[in-house]
Design a protein around this ligand. Structure first.
Ligand code: COA
Length: 243
């Protein structure tokens, strides 16, 4: 039996987040900046054959590395929690493409944007995490069309510069919820509502129809130029982050 403890992606990249407790959402973030190829090398031994093949098909090198590092980080964290040296086999996607490891009792979510890669894990409760780079937002007022009427009204009331930050807050929060549900774009973004203002927690105003009524949601500290949100459909979970 492998003893859970600090694990090492490579000598340069020791990662030692706290162990995953019950009622706990553990989030781990990586900044690839300046070390993209070193991270690729560190991730490769953890990635499955399918993940390595998929990475080889990306046109952009950074997209391939983000995919590998996200999957490798999820695998390394899961292996540590499950007390095994490494995970063999492929993750199984749900009907909308969310990867999972069936029957292990741990749910996880992966997100990447720019140089940032994040993974969230939770025992027995679905979880969604989303990181976005500020560069991703082109025209916040136009993009707000797809949001809930209250979110849209709040964004349209702001001047463009402030609307950009508010849009990004709204986006990562909504995407974290959608990713926890695992339904991708089939869940209309107007069918639930989040705060657009600067609150770190409890920003889910109206839960998605048909889903749990009480959620644990939070924004996490992130590198300059990035926003990260996490969501899980159960109340009172403790959220920790390691970055
Ligand atoms: C996949 C999706 C859920 C997230 O995409 P994204 O924000 O572009 O990318 P992220 O890096 O955050 O997430 C991608 C990862 O999510 C995971 N994923 C894929 N499908 C998923 C799904 N249906 N649910 C949850 N996670 C999913 C995968 O791990 C994927 O990365 P990987 O293949 O490298 O492992 C997206 O396609 C989507 O459907 N978004 C929902 C709504 C939306 O467009 N919101 C925009 C503004 S609110």
């Amino acid at each position: 039996m492998h003893t859970p403890g600090p694990f090492f992606f490579a000598p340069l990249f020791a990662i030692d987040p706290p162990p995953l407790g019950d009622a706990h959402v553990a989030c781990v973030g990586i900044d690839l900046k300046g070390h993209v190829d070193a991270w690729r090398q560190a991730a490769l031994p953890w990635a499955s054959a399918g993940e390595q093949e998929r990475a080889a098909r990306f046109h952009r090198h950074l997209d391939a590395v983000r995919h590998l590092v996200g999957r490798a980080l999820a695998r390394a964290l899961l292996a540590r929690e499950l007390g095994v040296a490494r995970l063999s086999g492929e993750f199984v996607g749900n009907p909308w493409g969310k990867p999972g490891l069936p029957d292990c009792g741990i749910e996880f979510s992966i997100s990447h944007s720019g140089d940032a890669v994040w993974v969230a894990l939770c025992r027995g409760v679905a979880v969604g995490i989303d990181v976005e780079s500020r560069d991703a937002v082109a025209d916040p007022h136009a993009l707000a069309e797809v949001f809930h009427p209250s979110e849209r009204a709040a964004l349209l009331a702001l001047p463009a510069a402030e609307a950009q930050d508010a849009f990004l807050r709204c986006w990562t929060r909504k995407e974290a919820v959608v990713k926890a549900l695992g339904e991708g774009l089939s869940r209309p973004l107007a069918s639930f509502c989040v705060e657009t203002g600067e609150v770190e927690r409890n920003w889910l105003v109206e839960a998605p129809r048909g889903a749990a009524a009480s959620w644990t949601v939070a924004d996490l500290p992130a590198a300059a130029g990035y926003r990260v949100s996490v969501a899980a459909p159960a109340p009172g979970l403790t959220i920790t982050w390691h970055y």
